[in-house]
Design a protein around this ligand. Sequence first.
Ligand code: 1GP
Length: 240
Amino acid sequence: MNDSLIEYLKKSKKANEKLLAILLDPDKLSLDRIPEKMRLIHQSNINFILVGGSLLFTNILDSFIKTIKEHTTLPVIIFPGSAMQISNHADGILFLSLLSGRNPDFLIGNHVLAAPILQHTDLEIIPTSYLIIESGRETTASYISNTKPIPRHKPEIAMATALAGQMMGHQLVYLDGGSGAQYPVPPALIQQVAAHVVNPIIIGGGIQTKEQLNAAFEAGATMVVIGTAFEEDELVLQKL
Ligand code: 1GP
């Protein structure tokens, strides 16, 4: 890939190309299983690997990403749950502002802790508006961040929030139902955001079926993230 990660995402949006990412959580995948997972990923049309989690119980992020990179040329992007999740082995990091919430730790606190460390890495830093959307039951992301998600029947709030993020200079929007969401982000909500925001949109949380995947793309997602479905069923990528 010659472009920066964000340029690639922006070009994909412009060309109406649809991208798929797999989210690998270091707590849920042991290092020795990475080669086998990467083989499955290479047999499908995955474009990006995301790594991270709201909670990390083990301090293995560096070796986790290093092992992934030994088995793939796909770009690896950190999707951090906190300022502790930084590794120079990745290609980039989503510099997330949790705009759906009103917790200063996730709006600026973690960023201040991370910035001096990120300055000395080669990571591409991607300023991202991160919006948690209500998805049926409380998610780890919402609980750990101590924030309320945006109600799923209020697309106008999601739209106004994503627009504000764009005006702040963010390059990307991530609408997330949260890991293992009961219901994915509603297509009507994605549509409303896509109609007003030029930044590429990432959708994640609870995507299990081809229908849900296509609905997200048709509503305006440039990239869809699959995490739990691949953890629970290794063959899911062939069905999507
Ligand atoms: C979670 O968007 C990601 O933050 C992926 O969600 O694990 O439900 O696929 P799932």
